[in-house]
Write a new protein. Sequence first.
Length: 477
Amino acid sequence: MTSKTVAELLSQEVTLQEVTIKGWVRTFRAKRFIALNDGSTINNIQCVVDFENFDEATLKRITTGAAIHVTGDLVESQGKGQSVEIVVKTLEILGDSDPETYPIQPKKHSFEFLRENAHLRTRTNTFSAVMRLRSSLSFAVHKYFNENGFNYMHTPIITGSDAEGAGEMFKVTNLDAKNPPLNEDGFVNYKEDFFGKETNLTVSGQLEAETYAMSLGKVYTFGPTFRAENSNTSRHLAEFWMIEPEVAFMDLAGNMDLAEDFMKSVLSYVLEHNKEDLEFLDKRLADEDKTKPQAERSAMGLVEKIKFVVDNNFKRVSYTEAIDILKSSKPNKKKKFNYIIEEWGADLQSEHERFLVEKHFKCPVILFDYPANIKAFYMRLNEDGKTVRAMDILFPGIGEMVGGSQREERLDVLKEKMKALDIDEEELWWYLDLRKYGSAVHSGFGLGFERLVMFATGMSNIRDVIPFPRTPQNAEF
Ligand code: 4AD
Ligand code: MG
């Protein structure tokens, strides 16, 4: 008799056989029916206890949250909605759970409450489904790149460079807080903070990934990134995971093709492999939708939305075209898109992006060729001298999912740009070397993994798709 998971037991053909299983009690009804979950699937297995065979003291300890070990016969179930159940022969309490204090009761809890109990929230259906999907998507990411000839590269977490030039970095320091080195003006000399060098937690692995693309050809990173922006939105974290492919000899059009193919591939993977979790989340959203006024309800269900993205082409639109669309749209006084006019040269606000994807195109949109002065220094300048080969991919309900570009490969143009932005050439000597020795067209993008998980799970707050969110409010765990 081997120990099996609930997922394995539920997918088996029923033949009367003795099984053994360990898991956590979700509910115990009528001193008879245990709903047992072990995290392997959204479904519980029902364990039927003949209470006459067990002493009262043991029965009392079968409480929500308790860890138990059951052996019994797997039989066809008489109950609705389950194929098999276990008729319990032996039952061992592995770990008690005091029903008075256990925070996860068998009822609906708010996501805010569960966020405060992030160490236990994966014992609920919603969060276990979300985190299984997150795991599955991670696997699909590696699978895609592996099957397409990419090398997985680990970029440094502690770094001296600000890849984005946005100044949103967390400092890394080994300074003695009580006795820090001071500069001539009496201020702390942070230049000496990490063994004599100013360093930060990485905001992006891109610059380092470029070095490997220029030798290994096709590479990608998939790791934690940090942004010290004090933004309290449902789409920003201080610590998030980013996927960054970088490819030599690939231009912006190739970059768009890669991003689109990649996203469709990983989403198809979960459609195929996470059916039950997706169906559960789909139903959760449908139920939530029913409580909303008609106008705010979603036109498509979760699975339908994912299928739509997989089956349809992303719309490719230049920044200039997008501005024309925004300018010709009437200002909408309604709350959500209250100001949709924009002038050429301005950075798009999230309400502009939402208007474009949710109201105008109603599908994922790849915006490209942005004005040079609103984008990072490393992007390839177009022949018009004022736009760069940048692309952002915008998703309905999410906003910006991907940011990427073709990189400036011409040494003189790059140096000029760095000079204009006051970026020290000496700090990035190694980055400039790539343009000195065997330079070539190359491109890449960064995809915020949590935003992808939000799209695939229908969760509306980014704090609910990462195990232990790091935001200005959440750093407990
Ligand atoms: O647009 P970003 O800043 O681009 C880069 O960092 C480039 N160096 C990437 C590259 O070309 N290799 O960030 C990329 C993506 C965004 O589109 C967004 O999905 C996500 O990372 N992102 C965040 N996700 C969660 N919380 C935050 N604070 C995020 N900031 C960016
Ligand atoms: Mg961006």
